[in-house]
Design a protein around this ligand. Sequence first.
Ligand SMILES: [Zn+2]
Length: 122
Amino acid sequence: MPPAVSFAFDHDATMNKPVNCRYFYGDYFRGKNKEACRLLEANPNNQHAWKRTYCDSCPVPEILIASNSRDLALEATVTKRFLRGQVEVTFAVCTKHMEELADPRFCPRCAEEQQRPTGGAL
Ligand SMILES: [Zn+2]
């Protein structure tokens, strides 16, 4: 019995579309079609070159939106699972507090500040 796993392949329809991510870089000027991931480029330990298809399953844009830290710095690498590449966050820091985050979506010290009463001096 073959395993019931289906693989997704690179698809023309997903090419050449900018990704809504602060780390995505696209240059389409005069058909240059240069695309890159600044996040993976910044990690010298990443073993697998970025491909546009990685963005489709990448957790980073969602993390940036969901995190309570507005000063998030991430490090990510490509891991291979079932022959497919997947971007995985390996390191997250709140640069405001210089605090390494176990969960990139949550900085305890940012949460503290956000809970602190801000008014009272009206
Ligand atoms: Zn913080």
